[in-house]
Design a binder for this molecule. Structure first.
Ligand code: ADP
Length: 497
């Protein structure tokens, strides 16, 4: 029998185990599709508190008595490894166990201190190097290690330096996927000796140095065999414009021949109004009546009055961060709320936006339903129950919610940037072309203009339903994107072989 190609997907979060954002959706879905395309796929992530033993039927991967050792500066940290099978698949998912680092309430942030955990450097040094040690301990050698975001950024330099003479890792290639360049894993110089990497790499403008800090993201960008981001537009933007490159544009330009853009797919087993078990009423292109009922349920849940006539409902599901365009929304929120509409928001994030939306809830109790929590079930209900989905991002590597929205017939209003630009075309009333409402410049009046265009079309029920049906027909399933990933894996293997 022909041996299958082998890839290890390394990510700090993954659906269904732990999620704070789109990264988890992507690294939870891609392995399944790759394995249906004939690859042997395994995954690894930290064993956080939420990855509960009972829930996922975890078992030990290593023989009794053996452990995984990682030097962190002068000390040696010991951990272990457990595994399960990714539900509905043949994918083995490993979890690196180190209770001191990972058995905590949150993945990255200290709830009490409202800031990142102070030992995130050590937590993800342990994750990077522990992943390599875990492979050796198990004797499973992938041809490609697919790293994702800064938490895995030290894997490529470790392989190219500390482990370069190690027989086990000969001809192991790396792909580094950047899901958001805004999260860079930058730490003070004192972090360097903890990494085990040579101090020379930290010289000014060296591969690890970023404005006097040690950058795990830059390390991955410099050393990976190949790099990709999650849309073609974003791949272009981050090389050419400091607004998007956020200081990394020089590094990215230097690697432009190795930098690709692959749009994320959508897991339609999870995000599909025909089968979604998290919404009260299911619906399809053939029968939209469930959507109307979901809208009533959503209004009830959001404690908003149910209007006696057809009033458009705008949904927002988002991290409450500047990246997502909330400064634009803040600028014109009163103008928005005086329009004939209702709004449901679900999000957590920056304190200033929590305060803003608390104020909006008090000011417009009949019109604004505000939920400042993380609630997956409610996220599904908003996708199903809203008429319009607002996503005016300052930058957007790919964005998933606009794609979920399309499938749920919830028309996106987006800014023309990154993945939003690649996936949503502006609606043209003359031709009926387009799947949403798009504005170009990062400007609150332009955003307001796009919202108003959507509201105007909403009044014309027939045209609106036509647009809904067209949106629901769009197909962003994973297969196409997974094939592109396979192509990159093969390219990386060829480069390394
Ligand atoms: P990002 O990863 O930048 O936060 P994406 O649009 O790529 O943005 O993905 C966000 C994911 O997180 C989506 O699956 C979205 O539904 C989910 N999400 C964001 N905020 C919340 C929340 N407050 N409650 C539930 N799900 C959320």
């Amino acid at each position: 029998m022909k041996l299958k190609n082998r890839v290890l997907i390394v990510s700090s979060e993954m659906v269904p185990f732990a999620k704070t954002g789109g990264l988890a959706d992507v690294t939870g879905a891609l392995p399944l599709v790759l394995s249906t395309l004939g690859w042997e796929v395994r995954t690894i992530m930290p064993k956080y508190r939420v990855v509960a033993e009972g829930r996922f039927n975890l078992k030990n991967s290593l023989p009794k008595g053996s452990s995984i050792s990682v030097p962190i500066g002068e000390k040696v940290e010991k951990g272990s490894l457990v595994e399960t099978v990714l539900p509905e698949s043949k994918v083995t998912s490993y979890f690196l166990v180190h209770p001191g680092f990972y058995d905590r309430d949150e993945l990255y942030r200290d709830r009490e201190k409202d800031g990142d955990y102070l030992d995130n450097d050590e937590r993800f040094i342990f994750f990077a190097r522990g992943t390599l040690e875990a492979l050796k301990a198990m004797g499973w050698k992938p041809q490609v290690i697919h790293c994702n975001d800064w938490q895995t950024g030290l894997i490529p330099p470790l392989l190219k330096t500390v482990y370069s003479e190690d027989d086990f890792f000969q001809e192991v290639a790396t792909l580094f996927s950047v899901h958001n360049l805004g999260y860079q894993g930058n730490f003070p110089p004192a972090t360097l000796p903890k990494t085990g990497l040579n101090g020379n790499l930290f010289q000014p403008l060296g591969p690890l140095e970023f404005w006097g800090q040690v950058s795990f993201l830059k390390a991955g960008l410099v050393y990976a065999d190949l790099i990709n981001t999650v849309s073609q537009r974003y791949a272009q933007e981050i090389q050419s414009d400091p607004e998007y490159g956020l200081g990394m544009e020089g590094v990215l330009r230097a690697r432009r021949d190795d930098l690709y853009g692959i749009i994320n797919g959508i897991d339609y087993r999870i995000w599909n109004p025909e089968t979604d078990s998290l919404i009260p009423y299911r619906y399809s292109r053939n029968d939209l009546s469930g959507k109307e009922k979901d809208k009533f349920e959503l209004l009830k849940k959001a404690r908003l009055p149910i209007p006696s006539r057809r009033v458009p409902l705008i949904g927002i599901i988002s991290r409450l961060a500047d990246q997502k365009g909330f400064d634009l929304i803040a600028e014109v929120i009163d103008q928005i709320m005086t329009l004939d509409l209702q709004l449901v928001l679900l999000g957590t994030g920056d304190e200033k936006y929590h305060l803003l939306f608390q104020k909006i809830r008090r000011k417009y109790p009949q019109k604004a339903g505000i939920n400042l929590t993380f609630d997956n079930r409610l996220a599904h209900l908003i996708e199903a129950g809203a008429d319009i989905f607002l996503m005016p991002s300052r930058y957007e590597p790919c964005g998933l919610n606009q794609l979920y929205s399309l499938r749920y017939g919830t028309i996106p209003v987006v800014r023309e940037t990154g993945g939003l630009a690649d996936t949503i075309q502006d609606y043209k009333p003359e031709s009926g072309r387009g799947t949403g409402f798009v504005f170009r410049n990062y400007n609150s009046q332009e955003m307001l203009g796009a919202i108003k265009r959507a509201l105007f079309l909403f009044q014309d029920r027939i045209s609106w339903e036509k647009l809904m049906l067209k949106a629901m027909e769009e197909d962003f399933s994973w297969e196409k994107s997974a094939e592109k990933y396979i192509h990159l894996y093969q390219k990386a293997m060829a480069k390394n072989g």
